[in-house]
Design a protein around this ligand. Sequence first.
Ligand SMILES: C[S@@+](CC[C@H](N)C(=O)[O-])C[C@H]1O[C@@H](n2cnc3c(N)ncnc32)[C@H](O)[C@@H]1O
Length: 234
Amino acid sequence: MSLPRQVHAELLDTLAPDDPRAIGSRSDLHRINRLMATQSLIRGPLDKILHGSNAIRLVELGAGDGQTLLQLARHHARRWPQVNLELLDVQPVVNAQTLADYRALGWNVEVIRADAFDWLAQPASGAVPVIIANLFVHHFEGERLRALLNGIAARASAFLCCEPRRSRLALTFSRLLGVIGCNEVTRHDAVVSVHAGFSAQELSALWPQPSAWSLREAPAGLFSHRFQALAKHV
Ligand SMILES: C[S@@+](CC[C@H](N)C(=O)[O-])C[C@H]1O[C@@H](n2cnc3c(N)ncnc32)[C@H](O)[C@@H]1O
């Protein structure tokens, strides 16, 4: 029996960035991303998107502390083109060391402290970006989700996201995160996130003008749901 999609507030979004529970939960997210094999799930499609370009503008929405892409950059920066990266989040949680680490790999990096909806509502400027997101899109439902996808489609040449898969297996594991030492915020948010996750072709069904895009949406790894949209003509 499939799980109905239910979106509820996540505790991390309600805590100040310097709250010890938030700091602990952001650190738990590193381990959760390892468990979800996020980097390998992003790497393949991102490789294909970046292949053949000389320079790319990459924007990560809901980037948190910026560590997810940094791990990828460490392993692939030499093969990838010049990346101009914008890490966007409502909370200022990217530290100076992370920025220095990106720059040491040759990436230009900028932190944008903004609500993704406000940023998407601004007139587009600069190069057309590739937009990515990890564990971010599932925060939204209904008109907000539709507006988010419309806003991304209106300004990106490609979009890639990895989100929780709304499945019994993911739900079972989300309830066991105490075993690997995740704190109460993470344990709460993980279960909420699975209920708010995606399955089937739910994001493709909401993507605007699907005939102008090449869309792929499927379960990925054990616990993730991956969606990608590539504009057919940029
Ligand atoms: C579950 S965390 C994922 C962080 C990071 N992508 C990762 O994989 O570790 C979701 C992030 O989305 C951010 N966020 C939530 N709503 C947002 C919004 N409307 N605009 C921008 N960022 C938002 C939160 O501050 C948080 O850092």
